[in-house]
Design a protein around this ligand. Sequence first.
Ligand SMILES: NC(=O)c1ccc[n+]([C@@H]2O[C@H](COP(=O)([O-])OP(=O)(O)OC[C@H]3O[C@@H](n4cnc5c(N)ncnc54)[C@H](O)[C@@H]3O)[C@@H](O)[C@H]2O)c1
Length: 261
Amino acid sequence: MTDPYATFAPDSFAGKTVLVTGAASGMGFETARAFLSKGAEVVMCDRDADGLAKRHDDVAGMVGTPHKVVADMGDPDSIGRMFDYCDARLARLDNVVTCAAIITAKRIPEQDWAHWQRVLGVNLLGTFFTVQGAVQRMQTNAGGGNIVCVASDAGVHGGGGLIADTAYAASKAGTLSLVKSVARELAGKKVRINALNPGPTDSPMHSHIDPALKDRIAANLPIRRMGRPEDMAAAILFLCSDAASFVYGAALDVDGGSMFR
Ligand SMILES: NC(=O)c1ccc[n+]([C@@H]2O[C@H](COP(=O)([O-])OP(=O)(O)OC[C@H]3O[C@@H](n4cnc5c(N)ncnc54)[C@H](O)[C@@H]3O)[C@@H](O)[C@H]2O)c1
């Protein structure tokens, strides 16, 4: 199989550390794998302990060094313990990628207070408090750091369809906003933060979707296919690389053209 990240030299992230949340599945796992293939030391974090252990085994023996930590992005104490783990094992934290999220597709009458608290708690508060922990550490690094928050095209267009609901879309719109606010506040601090806006991507997040609907989604995209986790991981490598040194507070659409605007 050809290397989807062949653009990057095999040692392009050697000596660098990376924390990836949501690393037991989909884009998070693929992002961890991509960084490991380029020599990085990677902390893979997820709430799913069994999935994480399996995925951690899958990448054993790669060029880089994988670690794993079970943590729940909907729980501030657990986020704190994730950073304690990083502090204990890594010389410093160079890159943080927030992929962890839950997707929900409830109609308006079905969305109660607890639903909104759960979705915003994981997707928005979890992202913010991960960014906060990253910023605290990166500001003390001589070389600064890079943060990528995975948002969604739903955060731009809204949800409300068969795939993503109002709460999910609002959590992702909030993620886009928090990236811009943090970027403003960190001006001149050598910490770059950007968002990634994936379009429809064929990952386990969409395992509940009928294959016929996936085909229709693909047919409606200008590029005529759904995204792959590799498409997102490649863009994340770029955002964390020196090639993106002038990309700051941006939202990069990687969506097969779903968001012409
Ligand atoms: N798949 C798509 O079409 C698509 C489109 C736009 C944006 N996104 C976003 O991309 C990111 C990755 O999505 P994916 O498709 O790889 O999904 P996925 O479901 O395959 O992976 C998400 C991972 O996050 C983990 N997770 C969920 N809640 C968590 C919590 N509270 N604490 C820690 N980990 C938790 C899950 O266990 C899972 O391993 C998400 O932020 C998602 O919203 C996905």
